[in-house]
Design a protein around this ligand. Structure first.
Ligand code: NZQ
Ligand code: ZN
Length: 392
């Protein structure tokens, strides 16, 4: 077991109609002029944005709005948001939507609070010394950004997708009403469930640390999301299943399922980020498309964990050698992806990179992680390329 820091300052307001409390929460955290930041229009179609502005109007809280955060949110809109906040003297950011709107809001917050070029943080050139306070009304269970310290932004020039993590970027509050996720397309629900599971799996497949309590929480979370993803596939309006998945999304990326380990593996995420940057694929689907190839490449170097996963999460029979059990666990995970209509390779994801593009992604990925990375197995550029090739 390793030493660890566990910091979750976000106030979570969870349940039906909780969005009606947004004005009260903004006030509690000192907001007097708000930037409401959202995506490409789902919050307008659902009427949520109107309800939020009505609530702020009634409470006498001033606001400006900025929509247009796309999946794999763009740096250009972040710059726009920074200028708008400065011009309008905004002192609080409210994201209404998913991880993309929220990550974009976090980047805007860093830009306003620190000055200079906000991309510097994502380019590892300097670290933030603050962020505008922010809150979120979450409409998709997926990234866990509502309780995480990270923000992922894509720079259009060069299609570079990078994450930046800082405790300053943690939300002051997260309003989570599972009912708001019921308008999601089935594909996005499945992408979200995949991402949620991956945030715990990245922390689970390690060669360092590990605590019994953390493993028990992680395995329970994975089984719960797996079960409820299947329920939602047949019944997307099941409130309890929506709620289970939504809360799992937060717990999966707020650090809880990594306490005591070596920090996690994270290579599936890093490999996916290159796909997301280059092809604009949905993050969860990209993860599913890569994971099997990653797992087969690394499992022998992390056999006890792959066996444990196979037995305790995927429920495979305890028969045969450790390697056979581990491989059956990987196959069972891929079967699960297929059962919720997630891809298990790049072709199913809908992209067909050329050899040159695979080489480029591996190169960018290696640069992004500073040469090599991984805990289940440390991967260098050559290994990254091998995994991309295997995922074709
Ligand atoms: O843009 P709108 O119109 O809102 O539509 C969105 C978008 O098309 C739609 N949607 C969201 N809520 C909806 C809805 N449609 C109908 N009804 C609703 N209730 O769903 C689509 C996906 O939304 P998005 O915000 O892009 O999804 P997600 O939350 O999965 O965010 C993905 C981004 O977060 C990054 C990913 O890389 C990707 O850029 N990540 C952020 C992390 C973090 N900050 O901690 C960690 C993750 O590993 C991840 O990398
Ligand atoms: Zn993720």
């Amino acid at each position: 077991m390793f030493d660890f820091k566990y910091y979750t300052p976000t106030k979570v307001i969870f349940g039906k109609n909780t969005e009606s409390r947004v004005a009260e929460l903004i006030r509690e955290f000192g907001g007097t002029k708000v930037l409401i930041h959202y995506g490409s229009g789902s919050v307008m179609r659902s009427g949520l944005l109107q309800r939020v502005t009505d609530t702020l109007d009634a409470a006498g809280i001033g606001y400006v709005t900025l929509g247009g955060a796309v999946p794999n949110p763009h740096l250009g809109l972040v710059y726009e948001g920074i200028e708008l906040c400065k011009k309008e003297n905004v002192d609080f950011l409210l994201a209404v939507g998913g991880g993309s709107a929220l990550d974009s809001a976090k980047a805007i917050g860093y830009g306003v609070a620190n000055g200079g070029d906000v991309w510097d943080f994502y380019d590892y050139k300097r670290t933030a010394e603050g962020c505008l306070p922010l809150g979120v009304i979450l409409t998709i269970a997926a990234t866990g950004s509502e309780m995480s310290d990270s923000s992922v932004i894509t720079k259009e020039e060069g299609l570079v997708k990078r994450g930046y993590s800082s405790d300053y970027g943690r939300c002051k509050f997260a309003i989570m009403n599972p009912e708001l996720t019921m308008t999601l397309p089935d594909y996005q629900t499945a992408c979200g469930c995949t991402d949620i599971m991956m945030h715990t799996m990245e922390r689970y497949f390690t060669n360092g640390g590990n605590m019994e309590i953390t493993d028990a929480i992680a395995e329970g979370l994975l089984r719960t999301v797996k079960k409820n993803a299947l329920i939602l596939k047949d019944n997307p309006k099941d409130y309890d299943a929506r709620a289970e998945v939504m809360w799992a999304g937060s717990l999966s990326h707020n650090g809880l399922t990594g306490c005591g380990n070596d920090g996690g593996d994270w290579m599936t995420h890093k490999l996916e980020h290159e796909l997301g940057g280059l092809y604009d694929v949905a993050h969860g689907a990209g993860l599913a498309a890569i994971w099997g190839s990653w797992a087969r490449y690394v499992y022998k170097d992390c056999l006890p964990r792959f066996k444990k996963f196979a037995l305790n999460v995927m429920g495979v029979a305890d028969q045969g050698s450790d390697e056979e059990i581990a491989l059956r666990g990987i196959e069972a995970m891929e079967d699960f992806y297929r059962s919720i209509n997630m891809p298990t390779n790049l072709r199913e994801l809908g992209v067909e990179p050329t050899e040159e593009e695979l080489v480029l992604m591996a190169k960018k990925c290696a640069i992004g992680v500073g040469g090599e990375k991984g805990s289940a197995k440390v991967l260098d550029e050559k290994a990254m390329l091998a995994i991309y090739r295997a995922s074709m």
